[in-house]
Structures are given as C-alpha cells and as structure tokens.
Design a protein around this ligand. Structure first.
Ligand code: FES
Length: 148
C-alpha cells in the first residue's frame, strides 16, 4: 500500500467513526431490512439509508433487503438522493450468496468481485449481476422484481 492510499484509508475511517463527515459512511454497520413485498416488487423507505451523524445527516452506502420470499438478498446502493441500484446477491459463477463490502460485492466461494453497479471486476465469474430497476415514489423506492 502506498503512502497516499494509506492516509486516505486510515483518515477516512477515523473521520467516519467520529461522525465528522457524511461522505465517509461506509463504516456504519450494515442495515438489513425486509421491505414490503407487493405484487411486482419490493418497497423500501429511503430513510433507511440515513445513519446517525453527530453534526450532519450521513447516509449508508448500501442496505441489504432480506425477505423470506426471495431466494437471495438484494443489495441496494445509494449514489445520491435520486440514484440507486438494486443488485441480486447471487454470484454469476456458481450461485453462491455474495457479501457486501463497501462499494464491492465479493464471493466467498472462489473470489469473484462485482462493483456497486453489478459489473464483474474480478473473476472467475464472467457475467454481471442481475440488476433490478428502481423507481422513486416520494420517500419510497420500488424495486421491480419482474425485470430479468
Ligand atoms: S461461486 Fe462465486 S466465484 Fe465461484
């Protein structure tokens, strides 16, 4: 690790723990929720991304929706107030459930890695993750599960 990366990583972690900046929200504990299952998809409240900051509102990078009606969880990344992705946490290599770690999803089976848009960044997987369309309705996100 070079000096610049070390300083960026360690200083960012310290600031996040101190609640000093909304942009360093990856240190917040992972938020799991079930969402509300509807006919064609799931609804979650946008406020679920809010994390407690001492001085300003902080936002989680992602939340994980686990619903017993789903075979795999869905990781929902927040890029901004009106910009989200919803990714099926099933590895495209051999179907292992993925683990979310910051802006990446990693496979514990053979090491495949995907970015927060679902694109493969490290094999052996060679296909991107299944992504569901997300629409915003006032303060709610609708994850359309009909999309293939
Ligand atoms: S099942 Fe995920 S890398 Fe093999």
């Amino acid at each position: 690790m070079n000096r610049r990366k070390f300083l960026t990583d360690t200083c960012g972690a310290c600031l996040a723990m101190a609640g000093l900046s909304a942009s360093f929200s990856s240190c917040n504990p992972t938020r799991y929720l079930t969402g509300t299952l509807e006919k064609d998809g799931l609804t979650i409240n946008k406020d679920e991304f809010k994390a407690k900051g001492k001085r300003e509102t902080a936002y989680r990078l992602f939340i994980i929706v686990q619903n017993e009606a789903l075979q795999y969880p869905i990781c929902v990344y927040r890029f901004g107030e009106d910009n989200y992705t919803a990714l099926w946490m099933r590895c495209t290599h051999q179907g292992t459930e993925l683990q979310a770690s910051g802006n990446y999803l990693q496979c514990p089976a053979h090491g495949s890695e995907f970015n927060n848009h679902g694109r493969v960044t490290n094999g052996p997987a060679d296909k991107d993750l299944r992504a569901f369309p997300v629409t915003i309705n006032n303060n709610h996100l609708f994850i359309d599960l009909r999309a293939k």
